[in-house]
Design a protein around this ligand. Structure first.
Ligand SMILES: C[S@@+](CC[C@H](N)C(=O)[O-])C[C@H]1O[C@@H](n2cnc3c(N)ncnc32)[C@H](O)[C@@H]1O
Length: 283
């Protein structure tokens, strides 16, 4: 989950939808005003000091969480009872979804502060600090059926190294990430704000293209898939043919992939990247 679309980071502070609209418009106006960006930066700093976890809890972020979990539930993957390593788990807002499936979860994040909050929210789950920038050899963790890697890959400066490490300890990866549209095979490094609890611990992230992800998963797991459908959320586009292919760190363009040691035969997954995707009706 990113730190939120511009202008929406403050809406969680007010409960009433009408007031949230007012806040959103006020912040948008302020951004355009002379000196507005500076004021917003100061407000961001204060907000982060007062509540470092607010960046996980704003309304649009929670909607993104729900959309991704609803979507994953439709993919018809055999997750019930699986051993799962959750990486980049943040404060553990996805963890109950996995434990609810009966998975045996080890939940990790690169930031000790996030992991403390993750443990507080999920007292029955094994947790640990795992920074995927500085953990090339993670085999001490044991072996897992699945690595759940949602919202993390694009916060890494060496995504291939991290995926390689994960491929050594998990048979399957469920991967959700921001991407750069286009047909090229590129990692596209970008600067991020390490001070923000949702962003790259090392201050550099990436916005890889879909072909880069498919090639890398194929090379590391042997079988690579993209979901046939997209989660129902504005950050998951349905028509890739019309999107700009420039690298744009603040534009959230997301997709869901699976890497697997064994071939998966389900209509919910494709081996070839589609130009168009659709939504599945979530009941
Ligand atoms: C956008 S949040 C994703 C949280 C949750 N998985 C989700 O999808 O909503 C990204 C998380 O990745 C963590 N992170 C950033 N860089 C990391 C790294 N090098 N290794 C492990 N975690 C990292 C951040 O601390 C943050 O909790």
């Amino acid at each position: 989950m990113p730190s939120g679309p511009k202008g929406c980071r403050y809406t969680h502070a007010v409960r009433r939808p009408h007031a949230q609209g007012v806040v959103r418009r006020a912040v948008r106006t302020l951004r355009r005003a002379p000196g507005g960006q500076r004021l917003i930066a100061v407000a961001d700093g204060v907000r982060l000091r007062l509540d470092p976890f607010a960046v996980f809890l704003y309304d649009e972020g929670r909607q993104l969480d729900a959309a991704r979990q609803d979507h994953l539930a439709t993919l018809d993957l055999e997750l019930a009872g699986a051993s799962v390593l959750e990486v980049g788990a943040g404060i553990g807002l996805h963890t109950p979804f996995l434990t609810g499936l009966g998975c045996e979860v080890v939940s990790t994040d690169g930031r000790p502060g996030n992991v403390r909050e993750l443990a507080r929210r999920n007292p029955d789950v094994r947790v640990g600090v795992l920074d995927l920038e500085s953990a090339p050899h993670i085999d001490g963790l044991g072996h897992f059926d699945v690595v759940y890697c949602y919202g993390l890959l694009y916060h890494l400066s060496r995504p291939e190294q991290a995926l390689r490490s994960l491929s050594e300890i998990a048979d399957t990866i469920l991967l959700e990430t921001c991407v750069t549209p286009g047909d090229s095979v590129a990692v596209n490094l970008v600067a991020e704000r390490a001070a923000v609890a949702t962003q790259a611990t090392g201050g550099t992230g990436c916005r890889p293209t879909r072909p880069w992800i498919m090639q890398t998963l194929q090379a590391l797991w042997g079988n690579a898939y993209v979901s046939t459908t997209q989660p129902v959320h504005p950050w998951f586009p349905l028509d890739w043919s019309t999107l700009p292919t420039t690298v744009e760190p603040s534009r959230f363009t997301r997709a869901v992939f699976v890497g697997s040691r064994r071939p998966l035969d389900t209509p919910t997954l494709l081996t070839v990247l589609p130009d168009r995707q659709n939504h599945v009706a979530v009941t």
